[in-house]
Design a protein around this ligand. Structure first.
Ligand code: ADP
Length: 333
């Protein structure tokens, strides 16, 4: 296939790094986000300032981390990476902030999982590049203020609504990433296939793209598994049959639904007559965390038009019945 015979060996992590776009032209889709970012970056460059703090929101695997690296690259800035759950005490974030180099990008993933103590250290750091440290205890405690170098905080979250208002308001710009079009996913798969040096029949790409949940990370994951499968079977090129077989092995259907998605829809249909059912009742019936349902399961099902959220609760839509081949009540085939 293709002109690029460069082949990657090694573990998944190395492969993932190789697949991550490191130029704007390789970053497919999200045109509006890219366009706006470029304006902000250009303006900051002309003023010779560090970039404003940025917030990237959207479901996992849509390219938030990749964007953070691309922004840093644009400024030739190093990136320091941490995440909400990794920051427990005020001292954790203070240590990171005091070690920042001028212009550095600090990337905080899963920012909604940061506690208030950390946020409170970040407020003055983001606003006026000050770090207030409390030294000592009791009546002799005093606040020490340190100046920080210019830096850009890039935060990513899958749950924007869980961020506090004051924290959100300290970002210069907020970008919401959306699911990718089928064409964009196909472009991503084609690019990744070239990097991995694997041949894919166009039909196989079509099948994997449709099952990718409109998400680049999942597209790449399916591609890697299809490659494994073809290698194990000693076949040089992944065809439609092999793509279907890969999905079957992973228990993923042709629209990318996984067992937990089908279970969610079936429980609403079987136990709650198709809905509407309140999220708390649904979480109890599924024995699943409400946040996981809202955060991971529902967005894609809604994007397919399989599920609707209303004030009365969750409702399974006709398209889902059709997909699952389940008759609606009173429906005559
Ligand atoms: P997030 O931080 O939103 O969870 P990542 O930035 O880690 O997502 O993206 C996951 C993977 O998906 C990346 O390593 C990259 O290979 C691929 N990817 C994400 N966005 C794009 C894109 N716009 N174009 C091409 N590949 C992408």
């Amino acid at each position: 296939m293709g002109e690029n015979n460069f082949s990657i060996s090694g573990d998944d992590k190395t492969v993932d790094q190789a697949l991550r776009p490191d130029s704007w032209s390789d970053y497919v889709g999200q045109e509006k986000v890219k366009e706006n970012l470029k304006v902000i970056m250009e303006a900051a460059k002309r003023r010779s300032e560090a970039m404003d703090h940025l917030l990237f929101c959207g479901p996992a695997g849509l390219g938030k981390t990749t964007l953070a690296y691309l922004v840093a690259k644009e400024f030739n800035a190093p990136v320091k990476v941490t995440s909400g759950p990794a920051l427990e005490k005020a001292g954790d974030i203070a240590a990171i902030l005091t070690n920042l180099e001028g212009g550095e990008v600090l990337f905080i993933d899963e920012a909604h999982r940061m506690n208030r103590l950390i946020e409170e250290v970040l407020y003055p750091a983001m606003e006026s590049r000050k770090l207030h440290l409390i030294v000592g205890k009791g009546p002799s405690a005093r606040t020490l203020t340190l100046d920080l170098p210019p830096f850009t905080l890039v935060a990513a979250t899958t749950r924007e609504n869980l961020l506090s208002g004051p924290f959100r308001s300290r970002f210069g710009a907020t970008f919401r990433l959306t699911y990718y079009s089928a064409d964009n996913i196909k472009t991503i798969i084609n690019r990744s296939a070239k990097i991995l040096g694997v041949g894919f029949h166009p039909e196989a790409i079509e099948i994997l793209a449709r099952a990718s949940r409109a998400t680049p990370r999942i597209a790449n994951r399916l591609l890697k598994r299809a490659r494994d499968y073809s290698q194990v079977n000693g076949v040089g090129i992944v065809d439609a049959e092999m793509a279907f077989k890969t999905l079957e092995l992973l228990d993923i259907d042709n629209r990318g639904l996984e067992p937990h998605d089908r279970r969610l829809l079936k429980i609403i249909i079987d136990k709650f007559n198709g809905g509407p059912v309140g999220i708390n009742t649904l979480a109890a019936a599924l024995n699943e965390d409400k946040g996981v349902i809202e955060d991971i399961y529902e967005p894609y099902l809604m994007s397919l038009g399989f599920l609707q959220r209303s004030s009365a609760g969750r409702l399974v839509m006709p398209a889902a019945y059709e997909h699952l081949k389940i008759k609606r009540r009173g429906e005559i085939f």
